[in-house]
Design a protein around this ligand. Structure first.
Ligand code: FAD
Length: 395
């Protein structure tokens, strides 16, 4: 039997799990379907995107070399895919040295993910959109603290030690909670009063946690307050300029550091690659993750619009969705090769686990129409396990 080439584009959570699951399933079928697996990513590492706030508050490295995740059996290509020519079953890419290349595939999995929304340059502040920006935030904060330590004017010291988190989705909440812990620790180390560090989370909506019930949003509010975070609802930050944040209602607030956490957008490269995308920019797939009009091409994770055929629910853009999608995808691909009926998408149960600093969290699960909430250390342990499993550090 001819060796099939299966290429996976993107080594985020969906991509690494797709590689793992395809490899596992096809290994058992090795005589039938000998497989060459190729993983292409812009980077030589898997970025633990869910921990993007960590380098903003500590020196933690959130990159995992791909060769550590897949020491053998998977070819790695560090390159940016620019085009998919479906009629010729080939893709074009630009490698890390800038050279253009092409690669033929039999099976292709697109897991090119999402990008973190950036404010406009004139809106100021710093957005938590990349490793480099996270490191810049850390450096700006430490500079502020050093200035505060030698500042005689109380109001200016107060401004320097006030951090604004603009955007109160899950990444904003988690970033605020991590800041509340580590920024106070940094202040103490410099001989400053840790309680003088002010963290304000600005929420453009009327409550937290729009993905779940209001009572869980209120619980989150309380837990944030307990760890010294002031949450301001219905307060849309429009810009930061010269140490002042401005709100849509015309009010303003002096601030030492403004961090934008504005959520995710579909990867803008998807349509440029030639993939069929929805009006919102997500890849069009059927209930078995097959890309419309592209034989042998599949897409899962943040970049695809995946709909449950039973209840019409559109899958969320989180790891807990991407990981079961990857396991199902491997079975779908094998079924398609064998000409059998392939499995179809099923929604994952409604649940969220939100980290609230280095030892606390809130986990919400909706099952049988009931809401289950776990908080404190147990929730934090669930969260840690989820983060590690998502990056394949637990197996
Ligand atoms: C701050 C933050 C906190 C979050 N917290 C949570 C959480 O607690 N729990 C949770 O479940 N989810 C969380 N999410 C969402 C989660 O990160 C995403 O759902 C997840 O990253 C989706 O995985 P993915 O593999 O589809 O995409 P991504 O992780 O975005 O990976 C896409 C990969 O594709 C690569 N790529 C893109 N374009 C190309 C190209 N043209 N050529 C080659 N490579 C390419 C990228 O380099 C990247 O490695 C969080 C997101 C953020 C930003």
């Amino acid at each position: 039997m001819r060796t099939l080439t299966c290429v996976v584009i993107g080594a985020g959570y969906a991509g690494i799990h797709a590689v793992k699951e395809i490899r596992k399933l096809f290994k058992g079928q090795v005589s039938m379907y000998p497989l060459r697996l190729v993983l292409i990513d812009k980077n030589s590492f898997h970025l633990r995107k869910v921990l993007m706030f960590r380098p903003a508050v500590t020196n933690e490295d959130i990159r995992i070399p791909l060769t550590t995740l897949f020491p053998n059996g998977v070819e790695m290509v560090e390159a940016t895919v620019s085009n998919i020519i479906a009629e010729e079953k080939k893709l074009l890419y630009v490698d890390s040295l800038g050279a253009e290349n092409e690669l033929n595939y039999d099976l292709l999995v697109v897991t090119a993910g999402s990008v973190i929304r950036c404010p406009e340059p004139e809106q100021g502040g710093t957005a938590l959109t990349s490793l480099e920006n996270a490191q810049e935030i850390r450096s700006l904060w430490l500079t502020n603290l050093k200035q505060a330590a030698s500042e005689n004017k109380p109001r200016e010291r107060e401004r320097l030690m006030h951090v604004a988190i603009a955007g109160a989705g899950i990444s904003g909440i988690e970033t605020a909670a991590e800041f509340a812990y580590y920024a106070r620790k940094d202040a103490k180390q410099l001989g400053l009063d840790p309680q003088a560090v002010k963290i304000t989370l600005y929420n453009a909506h009327q409550r937290l946690f729009l993905d779940g019930p209001a009572k869980v949003g209120m619980k989150l509010d309380q837990l944030l307050q307990d760890i010294g975070i002031n949450t301001m609802h219905d307060k849309r930050v429009i810009k930061e300029k010269d140490g002042v944040v401005w709100f849509s209602n015309g009010e303003k607030q002096p601030i030492g550091l403004c961090i934008w956490t504005l959520g995710l957008l579909p990867n803008p490269m998807l349509s440029a690659m030639g993939l069929p995308v929805t009006t919102q920019g997500y890849v069009h797939v059927d209930v078995s993750y097959r890309v419309a009009d592209m034989t042998g091409v599949y897409s899962i994770g943040d970049c695809a619009r995946i709909v449950d055929p039973i209840n019409g629910h559109v899958d969320g853009k989180t790891c807990k969705e991407a990981i079961p999608q990857a396991a199902r995808l491997a079975r779908i691909m094998l079924a398609d090769l064998e000409g059998r009926q392939a499995p179809v998408h099923e929604s994952y149960m409604k649940s969220f686990s939100i980290g609230l600093g280095p030892d606390k969290g809130l986990t919400w699960v909706n099952k049988w129409g009931l809401d289950f909430v776990v908080t404190g250390k147990l929730s934090w342990k669930i969260k840690m396990y989820t983060w590690d499993t998502a990056s394949m550090l637990t197996n």
